[in-house]
Design a protein around this ligand. Sequence first.
Ligand code: TXA
Ligand code: MG
Length: 351
Amino acid sequence: MLYIPRMETRVLEIDPLEDCRSIYKEAAAVLAEGGLVAIPTETVYGLGADAFNPEAVAQVFAVKERPSFDPLICHLSSAKALKDIADIPAELQELVNKLAKEFWPGPMTLVLPKKDCVPDIVTSGLPTVACRVTSHEAMRGVAKALGHPVAAPSANRFGHISPTSAGAVLKELGGAIPLVLDAGACSEGVESTILAPCLDEKGKPAVHILREGPVTREKLRGLCRVLKPKKNTADSEPAAPVAPGQLKSHYAPAKPLILHDPKEPFTPQEGVSYGLISYQGDSPLAEQDCWTEVMPLSPGSGRLSEAAVRLFAVMRAMDEREDIDVIIAEELPRVNIGAAMMDRLTRAAAR
Ligand code: TXA
Ligand code: MG
């Protein structure tokens, strides 16, 4: 275990209407010296290190208390920089170009064979590297100023809820890192979709979805074939590679969280105080009088995209409430971004 000094964490605000290049330069200077900086993306805040500095990357694992088998995503300043870290097989080049054109900059991560310049510690020894071009100018701007990719996992302690605001980063990592760039709330709210481009059983380009996210199955439809996560048999589709960090229990509040059908009645236990995370706050479940607090994800409108933006913040708010013992969360429709939210809630509920 590395020694992690306690330090003062500086916060620099990013105003989207201003030219923030001097701030990106300042953040890049911290990274260039081997320091860590929390940087916003449109999905969640990342804990960034210079991807080409193995000692700085080791600090990311230490500060997050993240197991070394769980590789990091490399954030690039633009799609052009992809070829610097990934060896794209010729037969996948067209598919990669198509995905990059459609979804970058944006909430998509591509897992591709890595180049030797990417240190093994970034990829946990895997021959592949996860690559992303976020739509958030801050992360792209810092990577550009640094001149290297920024290796950045979500800026939370391992297994905890991902931070979607600078305040949430400070609660997770305040005092353990020197700098946080504060651009306010993230506009997507759940982590990027992770895709592994591959060839299907007929040798045609396709993708495996390693993690559901804002680039939904629905958005991929018509663009490329999405392979089912099947085990490999002689005549089946190729087995999906795995995202080693996607553990059964993840994204978890400290309190127990239980998923519940919003149309089914809930039977509370005597002496236990419950908080309900409700989709719209007006389900038959939400109407029951057993809740200490009902927090709707998308009050009124019932938009899954609004619910996604608020999901982690509401989970945190419930977790911080001293008068609540157990969190009940309504099951959400598993369509569009609902699939990614149910993935996160199911892992949050696993013990
Ligand atoms: O939206 C996001 O993706 C955020 C922002 C900061 O970019 N990042 C994020 O990183 O969620 P993290 O480390 O919390 O999750 C990244 C996931 C891990 O589960 C890891 O196992 C997977 O990406 N991953 C990274 N490299 C991989 C590789 N070479 N092959 C398969 N999975 C990989
Ligand atoms: Mg994470």
